[in-house]
Design a protein around this ligand. Structure first.
Ligand code: ADP
Length: 618
């Protein structure tokens, strides 16, 4: 029997694996099963492409056999197999792509971090975490002789002729103390399901299990031989063949959900980069949607082998409500998180997926408004997050977000708003910050309403943040009604001359009375029935926004003073214009105070406000 030495790199890698990967040792099963699956793929391909294998019939399958007596776990397949030279080349050297790249990419400090290493797949060698001896017996399809490769993983291996009926490979793992637990069905079966459920071939798990008689007493053991994986990757099947119920059933088991999904998108991308995706929109927002420690809903597979469900960047964060699968043909099995993030293949899959998801939503909004409304009721807010985090897709997201409106029931989008704009209307207007009810009643809306200008009612906390930095929609400015400047196209008839009388005196008196409490006092164009309102200067954060920042722990923003606007036509303002100094001060303070109150802004001195109000009423 010829003894061989591992190439130095292999020895290093073995050492590394054995000492660093124990917390992830179950992955050896994934690696062996995936190798078998590849071998079956290769043989199937040969029967289709190679004259010599034309008509070659075989029933592809993978068997995992547990033997407690021998302390062995065997993974067998009837795939393409290996001849003597292939055993030597594939298992004795490290010239193969995956493992070599793994070693090269790994910085020294990473080698000490078992967690980091655990995210890599390391191929066949991972078996030495749980074995003190491994025998690989293999017969290459179309060849006469079989060979056995044997190693204890400590630096040497041997290859000798062996017996085997039929093509394929058997990896016999002599489990060490670390691996002994995998002799138990209840340990190994879940591992196979977790990683290999969607391998295209049936995986049988064979073991001896206790047998009971009718009285429930143990009468011996029986051999259990059962297929334990689903053996189909739903997302790899042609769409036309899959029934809706199958999509729904898959979703329920995959996402552990009771309720059917709202919608799904199934895509096969072919061309330079080949991948399949199956994305679902849940009917209800996941409970952890707004938590920092939310769980990603997308699983990454490479050629049907499960890689990770713990990678939050497979899709952009704002699409974290999407559940589903990405299955790539082009990524290596042993892809790490670091590699994923800069990988060109992954970047392509990601941007293609985002386009697909947003495009599908746009279609839904157009073709099935009712369904889209249920979607919006759950996921409007994440889309708005996309507006400030995903600039390349800004235009399509602008078409997807929805708001309430002063003119119509239900949800409305920018496009609908634009279609309803008045002849000559210059901007899109919104009011934000506070509950819907209060926003709808705000005096700031009076004149817009009177002139038939629609206002978007933005009662979602995030609205102000998103809208204030949004820029124009199809060249139309988006303006907040509680900012000075937004009223320019309103009520020209409210100009001083039109009102008559010396109401400008009211402005002067209020300025004097209020002093540092306000930034300015002006006559208003936006008021119809109310005597006064407050707005903020065009570049200042709104009063509600400051409150929000404080609540969210964003700290105190620098003090911003409101601008007080007066309704020149209102009797109280006329009274102010004519009032003597003491009364003018009471009137000014009360007008400012009540204007702040209706906007939900706190009063600096409620007692002072109450005292002045009482005085005026008396
Ligand atoms: P990888 O699968 O990433 O290439 P491995 O170390 O797991 O790396 O396997 C090395 C090579 O050994 C494989 O590429 C394959 O050619 C060969 N091999 C491993 N297992 C089998 C098997 N069950 N049947 C046929 N060939 C195999």
């Amino acid at each position: 029997m010829a003894q061989h030495h591992f190439k130095t790199e292999v020895a290093r890698l073995l050492d590394l694996i054995v000492h660093s990967l124990y917390s992830h040792k179950e992955i050896f099963i994934r690696e062996l099963v995936s190798n078998s699956s590849d071998a079956l793929d290769k043989l199937r391909y040969l029967t289709l492409s190679d004259e010599a294998f034309r008509g070659f019939a075989f029933e592809p399958g993978i068997r995992v056999v547990l033997d407690e007596g021998d302390k062995t776990l065997v993974v067998g397949d009837n795939g393409v197999g290996m001849d003597e030279k292939e055993l030597e080349d594939n298992l004795g050297t490290i010239a193969r792509s995956g493992t070599k790249r793994f070693l090269e990419k790994l910085p020294d400090e990473a080698k000490k971090d078992s967690n980091l290493i655990g995210q890599f797949g390391v191929g066949f060698y991972s078996v030495f975490m749980v074995a003190d001896k491994v025998e690989v017996t293999s017969k290459r399809a179309g060849k006469e002789l079989a060979f056995r490769w044997t190693s204890d993983g400590k630096g040497e291996y041997s290859i000798e002729p062996a017996e085997r009926v039929g093509q394929g490979t058997e990896v016999r793992v002599h489990l060490n103390a670390e691996g002994i637990e995998y002799l138990k069905r209840w340990t190994t079966e879940p591992v196979i399901k977790k990683y290999s459920n969607h391998i295209a071939y049936p995986i049988s798990l064979v073991s001896e299990e206790p047998d009971f008689d009718e009285k429930g007493e143990k009468k011996g053991t029986k051999r259990v031989d059962a297929v334990v994986n689903a053996a189909t990757a739903l997302w790899r099947r042609p769409k036309a063949e899959i029934k809706d119920e199958e999509y729904i059933e898959f979703y329920k088991s995959f996402a552990a959900e009771d309720e059917a999904p709202l919608h799904w998108i199934h895509t096969h991308a072919e061309g330079t980069i080949e991948y399949a995706t199956l994305f679902y929109f849940p009917a209800k927002a996941p409970f952890d949607l707004y938590r920092a420690d939310y769980k990603s809903g997308v699983k990454l597979y490479v050629k049907r082998v499960f890689i990770t469900d713990d990678e939050k960047e497979l899709l952009p964060v704002y699409l974290r409500f999407v559940r589903g699968v990405i299955d790539s043909e082009d990524l290596p099995l042993n892809v790490s998180r670091e590699i994923l993030q800069q990988n060109r293949v992954m970047t392509n899959i990601r941007s293609g997926s985002v386009k697909k998801i947003l495009g599908e939503l746009a279609d839904m909004a157009r073709l099935n408004p009712e369904k889209y409304a249920s979607f919006i009721a759950q996921f409007n807010r994440p889309l708005k997050e996309g507006l400030y985090s995903d600039y390349p897709n800004r235009d399509i997201l602008l078409g997807l977000v929805r708001f309430k409106s002063s003119s119509v029931e239900g949800w409305t989008g920018f496009a609908d708003y634009k279609a309803r704009m008045k002849e000559g209307q210059k901007a899109i207007y919104y009011i934000a910050g506070g509950p819907e009810d209060r926003l709808r009643k705000s005096p700031l809306l009076e004149m817009y309403r009177k002139e038939g200008i629609e206002i978007l009612i933005c009662d979602d906390e995030i609205d102000e943040l998103v809208l204030s930095g949004l820029g124009p929609y199809e060249k139309i400015e988006i303006k907040s009604v509680n900012r000075s400047g937004s009223e320019s196209e309103l009520g020209t008839k409210k100009d001083e001359e039109a009102v008559g009388g010396d109401v400008t005196a009211a402005v002067e008196k209020a300025k004097k009375a209020l002093g540092e409490a306000v930034k300015d006092v002006r006559l208003s164009r936006r008021l119809d029935e109310s005597p006064a309102c407050v707005v903020v200067d065009s570049d200042d954060p709104s009063l509600q926004f400051r409150e929000l920042m404080k609540q969210l722990g964003g700290g105190e923003l620098p003090d911003v003073k409101p601008i007080l606007e007066l309704n020149a036509a209102h009797p109280l303002v006329k009274r102010l214009a004519a009032a003597a100094e003491a009364e003018a001060e009471d009137l000014s303070r009360v007008l400012l105070g009540q204007a702040l109150l209706v906007e939900g802004a706190p009063l600096a001195d409620p007692a002072d406000f109450a005292a002045r109000l009482t005085r005026l009423l008396a």
